[in-house]
Design a protein. Structure first.
Length: 480
């Protein structure tokens, strides 16, 4: 295999990462990567356990002189968010990623997400197994983190002996993460009873593209706009101007990604009134967008449709729900400056022949706020006659004021680079919450190299940062 990262260090980490990128590994499709990890362990004669979910656990005993150093558990997830640009023909079920290096220092995938979240963790963990000196190392590779942390929830932690854990699912080198939000998914389903198009009705298609997108936790407070939410706004102004009948609404790809694109078709008799109302609202929206969303574009086209349209009343219920369901940042923390405490993201809108599903992801560091999110969705859906289903609830990870492992990492980084890192609590979800609840008293931190625009096709990995974090992690395990 020819490696595009040839000449960059750490070469072993980057080559493993490229191997992983060549294996399709979207959420629910991690068996190929599990095979790769299992073979890696078997070739080295290491203890390896693979469960029915495709979680993999590996243990390597301490080397001579390190027998009395406490074991360390490293943990990361094997799945990636599969997002691509509209013009990409990439098939995430069978195609490996096409990698490129830009500006001599960033690793990208062409037209798709890179999967640095969390493939770089997998590469780190496997490469650590080849170190010559270390305490007992335990490696836990989990699945389906991006779709509800299913692997961490389902893993039997009884084989784990370590009382220290380094999660490698953070994306900012200059921070050590010491706490995170919990979350909950909600699916709202509208049943669509369709009628044939009426005489004099035209079918308009709105295409909303060009938004930056991003992670629905980390990026929720950056001002990046949500394409589905904006589409609801455009449909609302059209509906206020003249009667419309919705045919389809499709946008976003993952509930934990801020939607970059959305497409809607609807039947209308007063087509010019609807188009003018939408065009006028687009002008206003452009005034509000952040610089990240400079590619924002809305097109209105006349199209043919063989599908029937739902009633005006049913359309108005859907638009009302989209307009009234609160999204984005809902509350900032009173205790930690700059921390989002509570948010909701409308990540996916999908229309089938007889139903429209809207998928939301709520996050909060407080369980009571997640309870409130559930109640709010229940009440709103009841008002418009939609079905409401909640799933994939996961706990937050509470900040611990005393952490010897955290101090060890901070000291190692400062000794090597002369800089004291920040300690933070994040609004994104991490598996640390679930694993800590299963292993009470474990001392845990989350670290990782710098990545940008994760969960979007603009995702890229800072190669210099990979080396920096690798060196610090190696310093920790080689310290007697």
């Amino acid at each position: 295999m020819n490696y595009i990262t040839e000449g960059f260090e750490p070469s072993n980490v980057l080559k493993i990462f490229e191997d992983i990128c060549a294996i399709p590994h979207g959420s629910g499709n991690e068996s190929g990567v599990a095979d790769y990890i299992e073979n890696y362990a078997r070739e080295r004669g290491l203890f390896c356990l693979r469960d029915k979910l495709n979680n993999v656990f590996i243990r390597k005993d301490a080397t001579a002189g390190y027998e009395n150093i406490p074991a360390i558990l490293f943990q990361g997830h094997t799945d990636m968010v599969c997002e691509k640009n509209a013009d990409s023909d990439h098939d995430f079920l069978k195609d490996g990623l096409k990698l490129s290096i830009k500006d001599g220092k960033y690793l990208w995938a062409d037209g798709t997400t890179l999967g640095g979240d969390d493939g770089i963790a997998v590469a780190f963990m496997l490469a650590l197994l080849d170190k010559a000196e270390h305490p007992t190392l335990e490696m836990l590779f989990t699945v389906e983190e991006e779709t509800g942390l299913g692997g961490a929830i389902g893993f039997d932690c009884s084989p784990i002996t370590a009382k220290r854990m380094i999660n490698l699912d953070s994306e900012e080198e200059w921070q050590v993460t010491a706490g995170c939000a919990g979350g909950n998914r909600t699916e709202i389903t509208f049943t669509l009873d369709r009628d044939k198009l009426e005489d004099g009705e035209s079918v308009l298609k709105i295409s909303l593209t060009g938004l930056a997108g991003g992670h629905s936790g980390v990026d929720i407070n950056t001002g990046k706009s949500n394409a589905i939410v904006l589409m609801g706004r455009l449909l609302a102004v059209a509906s206020a101007k003249t009667s419309i009948r919705l045919i389809s609404l499709n946008g976003g790809g993952k509930d934990n990604a801020i939607a970059r694109e959305c497409f809607a078709t609807f039947a209308v008799k007063d087509d010019k009134d609807a188009a003018y109302a939408i065009a006028a609202e687009v002008i206003e929206i452009k005034k509000e967008l952040s610089a990240d969303d400079g590619g924002f574009l809305v097109k209105i086209d006349y199209v043919e449709s063989d599908e029937g349209a739902i009633t005006v009343e049913a359309t108005e219920k859907i638009i009302s729900f989209m307009s009234c369901a609160r999204t984005g940042v809902l509350k900032m923390s009173n205790d930690i400056k700059g921390l989002v405490e509570y948010s909701r993201n409308l990540g996916v809108a999908k229309t089938d022949s007889d139903k429209l599903c809207l998928t939301f992801s709520a996050r909060s560091s407080l369980e009571a706020q997640l309870d409130m999110a559930v109640r709010e969705m229940n009440m709103l859906s009841a008002l418009v006659g939609a079905d409401c289903r909640h799933y994939a609830r996961y706990p937050g990870w509470e900040y611990q004021p005393v952490s010897p492992l955290r101090e060890l990492y901070l000291d190692a980084y400062e000794k090597r680079f002369g800089k004291r890192l920040e300690v933070c609590v994040i609004h994104a979800g991490l598996e640390c919450g679930i694993l800590s609840s299963k292993m009470p008293g474990i001392d845990a931190i989350s670290v990782g190299p710098t990545m940008f625009d994760i969960h979007s096709p603009d995702e890229h990995l800072d190669l210099e940062s990979v080396l920096n974090v690798w060196q610090v992690v190696c310093d920790i395990i080689e310290k007697k």
